[in-house]
Design a protein around this ligand. Structure first.
Ligand SMILES: *Cc1c(COP(=O)(O)O)cnc(C)c1O
Length: 378
C-alpha cells in the first residue's frame, strides 16, 4: 500500500544556502554569540527601519525583555488581545504584571480600538499589539491614542516579517517590535527571535538583560582578550540567557536575504487560493487580505461548519488547524477578564489551510478542489 501524500500546514523554506552558511560557522569553530549575530542584527534593523535590533533565542524572550526593560511596578496592567498565542500574555505574567484582555474586530481578528479604549484605566502601563495572521493593526490610530495615554507600545510581529502598514514596516511603529524565527514562522532559524527598537537609551540594559545581566558585551570582551584583565565583568542586573548564537544567525542572514522573494511568493499563493475559493457559500476569508507589500503568515477562513470541514480535509490528506482559541478560555488565564464577547464567538468558526512559500500550485489546486467539494455537499 502506498502512503497518501499529506499536505502540511507550514513548512520552512531552507536548503543549500542555509547549509553553506552554517558550514562557514563550523569552519571558524565559533558557534556561540559573535560576529554573525552582530551582522544579522545590523541587517535586520536596517530592513525593518529601526535604529537597533537585538538577536535573541525566541520572540517570547523579546516580549519578556520589551516589558522588563521598563521596570514597571508590580501588578500594573498590560493590554493584550484575547485572540493571540500564549507567549504574548505570558510575557506579562513573567514581569509580575496583569494582562487585560481586549476583544478583537469582527473583520480582521485584530485589536478592537473601541474595546481597547474601554478596557484602559490608569493602571495600564503598556499595550501589546499583535498583527494577527500578519494582518496589520491600525498602528496610526493605536500610536496616537497610546502617546496621549503615555503607555508603552510593543508590536508582537511573530506572524509577520517585512509587512508594511501605511508605508512603514510593521515592527517600526511601536516602542518595541518582537519577531519570531521559530520553525513554523515567516523566516526561521529553527528557534530564534529579534527585538527591534529606536530607543537608544534602553539598548545597553536590553543587551545586559539578554546576557546574564553583564555590564559587558561578551563578544567585545573576547576581542579584548589580549588586554590585561580581559576576563573581568560585573553582573549589574538579574539577566537571562536569551542571546542568539552564530549558528542561528548564519541561517537568519540567508533567510533575510530570501525574505522579499518568499513574501512575493506568499502573495501569489494567497491570490490563487482567494480567487479559487471566492464563490463558496459556507466559507469566507477571516481577514480582508491586503496583498500590496504584505506579509501574511496565516491562511485562515471562517465557517459555521468548522469541525466538519476539518475532518473532511483530514481524510483527503490536507492538514488544517485552529488559530487560535482565546486566552481567557485557558485555565491559566481564567481569573482575568473574560468580557471579550466577539472573540469567544468568532474563534469557533476559524480554521487555517496549508500556506507556505514552497507549496506547489498543484497542491493549492487540490486543496481548493477539496474545499469546494465540501462546500457543495454541505
Ligand atoms: C509564535 C508566537 C510567539 C512566540 O514566538 P517564539 O519565537 O516561539 O517564542 C509570540 N507571539 C505570537 C503571536 C506567536 O505566534
Amino acid at each position: 500500500m502506498t502512503k497518501k501524500k499529506y499536505i502540511r500546514l507550514f513548512k520552512p523554506s531552507v536548503g543549500n544556502e542555509e547549509l553553506k552558511s552554517i558550514k562557514s560557522v563550523f569552519k571558524h569553530s565559533w558557534l556561540g554569540y559573535g560576529e554573525k549575530v552582530r551582522d544579522f542584527e545590523k541587517k535586520f534593523s536596517s530592513f525593518i527601519g529601526t535604529k537597533h535590533a537585538i538577536g535573541l533565542n525566541s520572540c517570547t524572550a523579546a516580549l519578556h525583555l520589551a516589558l522588563a526593560v521598563n521596570n514597571f511596578k508590580k501588578n500594573k496592567k498590560v493590554l493584550v488581545p484575547s485572540v493571540t498565542f500564549s507567549a504574548s500574555a505570558a510575557s506579562i505574567l513573567y514581569n509580575n504584571l496583569q494582562p487585560v484582555f481586549v476583544d478583537v474586530n469582527q473583520e480582521d481578528l485584530n485589536l478592537n480600538i473601541e474595546d481597547l479604549k474601554n478596557k484602559y484605566d490608569k493602571d495600564c502601563v503598556a499595550l501589546i499589539a499583535v498583527h494577527f495572521g500578519g494582518h496589520p493593526c491600525e498602528m496610526d490610530k493605536i500610536m496616537s491614542w497610546a502617546r496621549k495615554k503615555k503607555i508603552v507600545v510593543i508590536e508582537d510581529c511573530a506572524h509577520t516579517c517585512g509587512g508594511v502598514y501605511k508605508s512603514k514596516r510593521l515592527g517600526s511603529w511601536g516602542d518595541y517590535g518582537c519577531f519570531s524565527f521559530e520553525d513554523k514562522k515567516v523566516i526561521t532559524t529553527g528557534d530564534g527571535g529579534m527585538l527591534v527598537t529606536n530607543k537608544t537609551k534602553n539598548l545597553k540594559l536590553l543587551k545586559s538583560l539578554s546576557f546574564h545581566g553583564w555590564d559587558q558585551d561578551p563578544w567585545k570582551r573576547h576581542l579584548k582578550s589580549n588586554k590585561k584583565k580581559s576576563w573581568y565583568y560585573e553582573i549589574q542586573n538579574l539577566g537571562f540567557k536569551y542571546n542568539m548564537n552564530n549558528l542561528l544567525a548564519s541561517m537568519g542572514l540567508v533567510q533575510l536575504k530570501k525574505l522579499n522573494n518568499l513574501n512575493k511568493r506568499r502573495i501569489i499563493i494567497l491570490k490563487r487560493y482567494l480567487s479559487g475559493l471566492k464563490n463558496c457559500k459556507n466559507i469566507s476569508p477571516a481577514f480582508p487580505y491586503k496583498l500590496d507589500k504584505s506579509c501574511y503568515w496565516l491562511l485562515t477562513f471562517r465557517t459555521k461548519k468548522r469541525d466538519k470541514i476539518m475532518s473532511f480535509l483530514k481524510k483527503r490528506g490536507i492538514a488544517t488547524s485552529v488559530h487560535i482559541m482565546p486566552l481567557p478560555l485557558h485555565p491559566l488565564y481564567k481569573k482575568f477578564n473574560k468580557k471579550v464577547n466577539h472573540s469567544l464567538y468568532v474563534w469557533k468558526e476559524l480554521f487555517s489551510l496549508p500556506f507556505f512559500p514552497d507549496i506547489k500550485n498543484s497542491q493549492i489546486d487540490y486543496v481548493i478542489k477539496s474545499v469546494k467539494e465540501f462546500d457543495r455537499k454541505n
